[in-house]
Ligand binder design. Structure first.
Ligand code: URA
Length: 225
């Protein structure tokens, strides 16, 4: 608005002075300081969620994940799926509702091909010793106090002394699912981080609180997924 009021923006070569000026993004040429701007309908960001913020667009009490996206003026972005306030890691933020729906909607059966719900991999630290018995339990699905057992989860033990470090891949996204799966086998998650979602991998160089746009390859791969 400030730039428009100070005459730095033109539409089809004419300086505009009013921020409410409407444009047709397909026909009109909008320039800022003489340079043409391009319009993108959809934006996709890979965010490394830190602990202490909620996965919501608004909240009266806590910082939200959206508060971190300071470089975009878009108001229609939202997080795809949800991580608990104390969970860190990979979160996709976009305004592409159709892609979000495809990623979150339940498994489907289309012309004899079974599309599993997207896989999510978590790294966790567990208070207690995680055993091969737990690996088997997770493989068979565990009772987390709901009508149905969880779908099979792939549990890999990375370290087991003095506390355990594990990786767990699941296809569902039930409320507090990872924490409740460990509770079901009598263990407590003390740290939780999502490291993969479908074809997306949390990049090592992205620190908690940082984000970057998805690359074209990442987006194509996610769509193929
Ligand atoms: N499972 C949990 O318990 N919490 C999360 O944030 C994500 C998966």
């Amino acid at each position: 608005k400030k730039y428009i009021r100070s005459g730095l923006v033109t539409v089809n070569g004419e300086v505009v002075k009013k921020p409410e000026q409407k444009v047709d993004e397909k026909k009109d040429t909008v320039c800022f300081r003489g340079n043409p701007l391009t319009y993108t309908e959809y934006e996709y960001y890979l965010f490394h969620k830190p602990a202490g913020c909620v996965t919501a667009t608004e909240d009266n009490l806590h910082r939200t994940v959206m508060d971190y996206l300071t470089d975009t003026a878009r108001h229609d972005l939202f997080p795809v799926g949800r991580l608990d306030i104390d969970t860190e890691g990979l979160l996709l933020i976009t305004n592409d509702g159709a892609l979000a729906h495809d990623l979150l909607s339940p498994a489907k059966h289309v012309s004899k091909v079974y599309y599993a719900k997207i896989e999510k991999t978590y790294y966790a630290v567990i208070d207690g010793v995680v055993t091969e018995k737990d690996v088997n339990s997770f493989e068979n699905g565990v009772d987390i106090g709901e009508e149905k057992l969880t779908k099979p989860g792939k549990l890999r033990i990375l370290k087991s002394e003095p506390e355990s470090e594990i990786e767990l891949t699941i296809t569902e996204g039930r409320f507090h699912q990872v924490k409740r799966m460990f509770e079901a086998v009598g263990k407590k998650v003390t740290y939780l981080k999502r490291v993969e979602m479908g074809s997306l991998v949390l990049p090592d160089e992205l620190a908690p609180g940082e984000y970057r746009p998805l690359t074209e390859e990442e987006l194509q791969e996610l769509r193929r997924h």
